[in-house]
Write a protein that binds this ligand. Structure first.
Ligand SMILES: C[S@@+](CC[C@H](N)C(=O)[O-])C[C@H]1O[C@@H](n2cnc3c(N)ncnc32)[C@H](O)[C@@H]1O
Length: 228
């Protein structure tokens, strides 16, 4: 199944909003760390419902936000959630970003980067479109250290890339981005039931669920495009 087919189905089922609710727990902390300024242009890579751009416009009044996604139904939903003329939703693929060299101040991506068919090519594209000093805030829940995420691949037909922390740093550097920061952002909002409720559908023990959400959380890697 293609990205379009897989995620169009998600969007038609209303799962874009479900993702927004779950991802917001940690995405909002990532967005708060981004050094955005009022005149900035920001790309949200794999935008889904487009919540990140709506939030950035509210909090920072960025000049322009582009939400790129490969699934037309996702984009249709995202457009229906805002009438802000400074936000545009664009159909495209991570492997060939439809932006000029040095044209963006920041790229944000939540739970999307690892779907890239060729993640090194995608990093090269991000490096190309970022202005010197521009940043890439890459947030993922599917990564090697998060053993609780490993089974996710079984439920989706698209090949996913499962790098560890070091592999993220190395790939960023190979693409010409400085690694400014790497961090685990805990999810403190997902409710964790008392021990007696386990095993649940998702977790054998309460300790495992605590590790998944409160300790491992979302892996954030921040790349910075060098001054030329
Ligand atoms: C799991 S969703 C995450 C959406 C949103 N960022 C969030 O936090 O809820 C991943 C999104 O990336 C998009 N996507 C995945 N691979 C893609 C690719 N190669 N090119 C363009 N979009 C892609 C999907 O269509 C989907 O909307």
């Amino acid at each position: 199944m293609s990205v379009r087919e897989e995620f169009d189905t998600w969007a038609s089922d209303g799962r874009d909003k479900g993702m927004e609710e779950r991802h917001w727990h940690t995405a909002r902390h990532v967005l708060a760390r981004m050094p955005v300024e009022p005149d900035d242009v920001v790309l949200d890579l794999g935008t889904g419902s487009g919540y990140a751009l709506r939030a950035l416009r509210e909090a920072s009044n960025i000049r322009r936000g582009y939400g790129l996604d490969g699934a037309p139904e996702m984009l249709r939903n995202a457009r229906s959630y805002t009438d802000d003329p400074a936000i545009a939703f664009i159909r495209g693929d991570f492997d060939a970003l439809p932006f000029a060299d040095d044209s963006l101040n920041h790229v944000f991506s939540m739970e999307a980067f690892y779907y890239a068919v060729d993640p090194l090519q995608t990093l090269g594209e991000i490096r190309r479109v970022l202005q010197p000093g521009g940043t890439f805030y890459c947030a993922v829940n599917y990564y090697e250290e998060n053993v609780h995420s490993h089974a996710w691949q079984e439920n989706i037909s698209i090949e996913m890339t499962r790098w560890d922390r070091r592999e993220y740093r190395e790939a960023f550097r190979d693409a010409g981005l400085f690694v400014a920061e790497q961090d685990n952002i805990p999810d403190r909002e997902t409710e964790i039931p008392p021990a007696a409720a386990f095993p649940t559908e998702g977790f054998e023990t309460r300790e495992a669920m605590v590790e998944r959400y409160r300790e491992l959380g979302t892996l954030l890697t921040v790349g910075v495009a060098p001054e030329q």
